[in-house]
Design a protein around this ligand. Structure first.
Ligand code: COA
Length: 260
């Protein structure tokens, strides 16, 4: 498919999805959100793709936030619609995506940009990443799940401080707080993140999908994470991947998962 605001490349079983508005520091406007949604559907339907890496074009920004120019004149209703639609078609889709999504934070990840990275299953960052939720400095609050996911990732007190101060943290502090899992030199970020993705792609995609659902269930208000885990654990015994994984172990060979 032809996209105007994003690029989508495939490398082996890894899809690299980039927000591509470098002149606007990859700010997220409605069109970009829609295109990311469409690209995720494309990736979802492609059986060849195992893992998604989400990043930004250029060295300066991952995504410097929601597009301020676009929403500056919005009414209360339009503001609510912006947040609700964005959460529904993009941020929640990424969080619940059945294939692993890794955000590779290659620069500024601010506001909606950090929210986008936080909706991914985990994050890597370059040494020059700068992360924060500056919305209160604009007279608004995070609207793409930031108040919830930041508190889940770094704890309530630190999230409160970051949101209240509207400040930015560097990659080392993000690593210390568990916001990012790995920090790499800018020139190594994509390659090292691809190595992680390749390692993941060797495991059972069926099991990984079930694990994503079970972990997410524990953070959902209407699901019991332990019950979800028991159900998914049991269901794994009925999969071809489980037969292959256990037989490969018992026969001292590497598994070749059929993905079923
Ligand atoms: N929305 C819309 N445009 C944005 C943007 C955003 N969130 N972030 C950056 N841009 C645009 C700038 O307006 C500028 O466009 P212009 O060249 O047409 O004037 C261009 O991207 C480059 O940004 P600039 O501010 O000149 O770069 P800088 O290096 O001086 O500063 C930042 C970088 C990230 C500190 C600064 O751009 C910034 O504070 N951005 C907004 C961050 C924010 O509040 N995000 C949360 C939104 S809810």
């Amino acid at each position: 498919m032809n996209y105007q605001n994003i690029t989508l490349d495939y490398d082996n079983r890894i899809a690299v999805l980039r927000v591509n508005r470098p002149k606007k520091l990859n700010a997220l406007n409605r069109e970009t959100i829609q295109e990311l949604h469409e690209a995720l559907i494309e990736i979802q339907d492609d059986d060849e793709v195992a893992v998604v890496i989400l990043t930004g074009t250029g060295e300066k920004a991952f995504v410097a936030g929601a597009d301020i120019a676009e929403f500056a004149d919005y009414s209360v209703e339009e503001g609510q619609d912006l947040a609700a639609k964005g959460q529904e078609i993009l941020f929640n889709v990424i969080e619940n995506f059945s294939k692993p999504v890794i955000a590779a934070i290659n620069g500024f990840a601010l506001g909606g940009g950090l929210e986008l990275a936080m909706s991914a299953h985990f994050r890597t960052a370059s040494t020059h990443a700068k992360m924060g939720l500056p919305e209160t400095s604009l007279g608004v609050i995070p609207g793409y799940g930031g108040t919830q996911r930041l508190a889940q990732l770094v704890g309530k007190g630190k999230a409160m401080e970051m949101i209240m101060t509207a400040g930015m943290m560097n990659a080392d502090e993000g690593y210390r707080l568990g916001l990012v899992n790995h920090v790499f030199a800018p020139e190594d970020l994509l390659e090292e993140t691809q190595k992680l993705a390749t390692k993941i792609s060797k495991n059972s995609m069926v099991a990984i999908k079930a694990a994503i659902e079970a972990v997410n269930a524990g953070f959902s208000h209407d699901k019991d994470g332990y019950a979800a885990e028991i159900k998914a654990f049991g269901e794994a015994f009925g999969t071809e991947d489980f037969k292959e994984g256990t037989q490969a172990f018992l026969n001292k060979r590497k598994p070749d998962f059929p993905g079923q």
